[in-house]
Design a protein around this ligand. Structure first.
Ligand code: BEZ
Ligand code: FE
Length: 286
């Protein structure tokens, strides 16, 4: 085609991807071409702006490695990661929320009640949860993958002062579909502030770098959609401006002081009262 102009370039460019063998990839790429062209038209994108955007993406790539994905962070701060989570969430099940960069396969298997406190500083708390289907039937075959940050805000992978596997575990729920994890209260955490996503985009917008305190969970059960989600602390100051848009009402839990001398003894608390967050997790059938 040699008579390319503003009226036909979008169709022409989209059409060139018609040969992609995978039907879904074809849909995704052609729709992306159309959206990008529409964006350029809507904003009357200039050469200088287009070059600046490409340079920005170069810098995002330059700082990325097998240990760090600045592209994921870009997706997170633009709300795209959470958009994909919301699109994948079943309205009658517990909503999904960002996986984040600190999940790693192979957490140690513990049994419920699990105790992750070890030598960690921080407030000792209990997470008590049930896992059921969308009609409230317990799912005794469910398994949990859990991880969180330490009292200094860091995850064990990026903090040599923490022992390997600190504050993470996998476990099977009980026959009643319940589990308990004794741990420390998670603390708010800042996204990386040394890369182009923060320096060129988020900070200049006057946004905060903080994520509200959260526990990460992956909940799986045969026959049910695996749920990647987070649980937030109702008292956290950053709940209303999570930099990656992960907070949903159903994922905010409040600690209540519970009198439970046995649990206190188990987790090394003097006295008989322990802060407990109770959460019911609902999985959608596949
Ligand atoms: C996190 O949950 O740890 C996280 C999520 C997105 C970006 C950075 C960190
Ligand atoms: Fe996190």
């Amino acid at each position: 085609m040699r008579d390319i102009d503003l009226t036909n370039i979008t169709e022409a460019a989209a059409q060139t991807f018609q040969g992609l063998p995978d039907a879904r990839q074809r849909v995704l790429v052609q729709a992306l071409v159309k959206s990008l062209h529409q964006y350029a038209k809507d904003t009357q994108l200039t050469h200088a702006e287009w070059r600046a955007a490409l340079m920005f993406l170069h810098r995002v790539g330059d700082i990325s490695s097998d240990k760090r994905s600045e592209f994921s962070l870009l997706s997170d701060v633009m709300g795209l990661s959470s958009m994909v989570d919301l699109l994948a969430s079943d309205p009658s099940a517990t909503p999904g929320s960002v996986l984040g960069p600190f999940h790693a396969l192979g957490s140690p298997w513990l049994s419920s009640p699990a105790n992750l406190i070890g030598a960690n500083d921080g407030q000792r708390v209990l997470l008590r949860a049930s896992v059921c289907d969308t009609s409230g039937q317990p799912l005794p075959a469910a398994t949990i993958d859990f991880w969180q940050n330490a009292a200094n805000g860091l995850y064990w992978q990026i903090d040599p002062s923490q022992p390997p596997d600190n504050l993470r575990c996998q476990l099977k729920v009980t026959a009643e579909g319940r589990f308990e994890i004794a741990t420390i209260r998670a603390v708010p955490y800042e996204i990386p502030t040394d890369g182009p996503v923060w320096l060129d985009l988020v900070q200049p917008a006057g946004r905060s770098a903080w994520r509200p305190a959260h526990f990460h969970l992956i909940v799986s059960a045969p026959g049910y959609r695996t749920l990647v989600t987070e649980l937030f602390d109702a008292e956290d100051p950053y709940l209303d401006n999570d930099v990656v848009f992960g907070v949903r009402d159903a994922l905010v839990g409040r600690y209540h002081d519970v009198i439970d001398p046995q649990a206190c003894a188990r987790i090394g608390l003097t006295g008989s009262t322990v802060p407990v967050m109770n959460i019911d997790i609902r999985l959608a059938a596949v």
